[in-house]
Design a binder for this molecule. Structure first.
Ligand code: IPM
Ligand code: MG
Length: 360
């Protein structure tokens, strides 16, 4: 059995960080067949679309997708359908990647990287589970029009639709409870049920699903309060399950608690276990091509891929142990550098992980 892996480097620092992750994957001597395909602005420049049909077909035919990053300011003026972001949104939708796992872990070696006091964040290990294919991101109708009614009737307006079907909420809730079960047994569902109908509905469905998981301690929190508690006492949380829009915002906040978004991987899974794996950070066009980007989030995303889509837990553990060993040895890319450590570039960081792998 050979695992088909689609590798989509994308824009900005995407190709540099993906290159290191592919080196690490190749060193594991697993039966992987890797196929690269263009995506994002790079694909738009070559093929006139950020997600060309061939790239989508390659992704669909694979067991897992390793994704770099997309986006560059130079595409910001294109019509929305041609912007790089549409590639990732299109992949999520086309593959049904509804469950987005975004861990926020503070590595002990990087305790000073956080902007919060060490006593608030040390040992932080939380998981944001974000619903990824519904909500106001994809709800129809949306667009611009002349307001049909209300106090601004007749004036041009923009509008989107927040909506969730019952099965969409219940399937992400199930993932939430099952994930909580494997961790501390605590699940916090975040919504805005005091204002939004969609959120009240979300909460009702989560409560119904909860009956199947009496062993999991479920709490509910309004999203504004969750944003506050995340910076006040983040370790009170373990698994947070939330909708697409709130999850987008809270996961960036949670990532920043660790001070090193360059370290955080993510996984987006569908019902068959097929998944897309990408670093939580973006394409960072300002440092692209300089060989200074941190490849560790992408390397750790490859580890998540081995664990969640390929069931190769032992290899995933080896990669994670190698990354920890490299951090312990004091090597740092610029984003996590502090005096007393050794600054290295993207490829040198990849070399170090390979070296640690060969010893581990
Ligand atoms: C993310 C990003 C995307 C999102 C953008 C690039 C469309 O912010 O993965 O969090 O909003 O989902
Ligand atoms: Mg985001």
């Amino acid at each position: 059995m050979t695992y088909q892996i689609a590798v989509l480097p994308g824009d900005g620092i995407g190709p540099e960080i993906i290159e290191q992750a592919v080196r690490v994957l190749s060193a594991l001597k697993l039966p992987l067949e890797i196929k690269q395909a263009p995506v994002g602005g790079t694909a738009y420049d070559q093929f006139g679309h950020p997600l060309p049909p061939e790239t989508l077909a390659t992704a669909q035919a694979s067991h897992a997708i390793l994704f770099g990053a997309v986006g560059d300011w130079k595409y910001d003026k294109l019509p929305r359908a041609h912007r790089p972001e549409q590639a990732i949104l299109g992949l999520r939708k086309a593959l049904g990647l509804f469950a987005n796992l975004r861990p926020a872990i503070l590595y002990p070696e990087l305790a000073n990287a956080s902007s919060l006091k060490p006593e608030i964040v040390s040992g932080l290990d939380i998981l944001i589970l974000r619903e990824l294919t519904g909500d106001i991101y994809f709800g129809q109708p949306r667009g611009t029009r002349d307001a049909p009614d209300g106090p601004f009737a007749g004036e041009p307006e923009g509008f989107d639709t927040m909506r969730y079907a019952k099965s969409e909420v219940s399937r992400i809730a199930h993932v939430g409870f099952q994930t909580a079960r494997k961790r501390s047994g605590k699940l916090c569902s975040v919504d805005k049920a005091n204002v939004l109908e969609t959120s009240q509905f979300w909460r009702d469905v989560v409560l119904e699903v909860a009956k199947e998981y009496p062993d999991v301690e479920l709490t509910h929190m309004y999203v504004d309060n969750a944003a506050m508690q995340l910076v006040r006492a983040p370790r009170e949380f373990d698994v947070i399950v939330t909708g697409n829009l709130f999850g987008d915002i809270l996961s960036d906040e949670a990532a920043m608690l660790t001070g090193s978004i360059g370290m955080l991987p993510s996984a987006s899974l569908n019902e068959t276990g097929q998944g897309l794996y990408e670093p939580s950070h973006g394409s960072a066009p300002d440092i692209a091509g300089q060989g200074v980007a941190n490849p560790l989030a992408t390397i750790l995303s490859a580890a998540m891929m081995l664990r969640h889509s390929l069931n190769e837990d032992a290899s995933a553990n080896r990669i994670e142990a190698a990354v920890r060993a490299v951090l312990a040895s004091g090597l740092r890319t610029a984003d996590i550098y502090e005096p007393g450590t050794t600054k290295v570039g993207t490829a040198q960081m990849g070399d170090a992980v390979l070296e640690a792998l060969s010893q581990g």
